[in-house]
Design a protein around this ligand. Sequence first.
Ligand SMILES: [Zn+2]
Length: 220
Amino acid sequence: MKLVLLGAPGAGKGTHATHLSDDYGIPHISTGDIFRANLRNGTELGLKAKSYMDQGLLVPDELTVDLVLDRLKQDDCKNGWILDGFPRNLFQAEALTKALADEGDEIDYAINLIVDDQEIVRRMSGRLVCSSCGVSYNTNGLMPKVDGVCDRCGGPVVRRADDEPETVLKRLNVYHEQTEPIAAYYRGLGKEARVDGALPKDETYALLTGLLGDKDGCHN
Ligand SMILES: [Zn+2]
């Protein structure tokens, strides 16, 4: 099972990817994790990436692609993988398609977790955090017993600047601009699977497993 996961920040990608990874026995791979692992191990690719990052430059697409393809060759990827945060643009998407095609392979789906912007704003702006101990609260769920005061340490419970509605909307605009061409690219290949991510978590997950099929019947 080879999956690319698309979805706005707050759409629940991380949660569902972790669950799929457990159920299907395939690694959940994010570019952040790949960079960190290569830097930690001082690999040649990692050192190259570091030389850009040290200068405050973006890591070039070619190098990002090399890092991801290198990761996909590792043993735990034999039965497949879930890519999260890659591809980030058309260049990367086409490079992934080509690298797989060279091995006579292709992705199964580019799963597009659809959650409308208003729902994302509602979810994100509901997140509160204790600025002393870092415990999370949520206006749609668990709230501190005393408004604005952490149950655990008595510290102030606040909404992070990143989760303010205007900030969330700005990030969503950037996301849509960057991601729509990638979704359209996979749509053109007949690989895009749009899944309703606005449902309760379990229902969205049931749609995903319905799409991907029984893990035991997983053919590769
Ligand atoms: Zn606290």
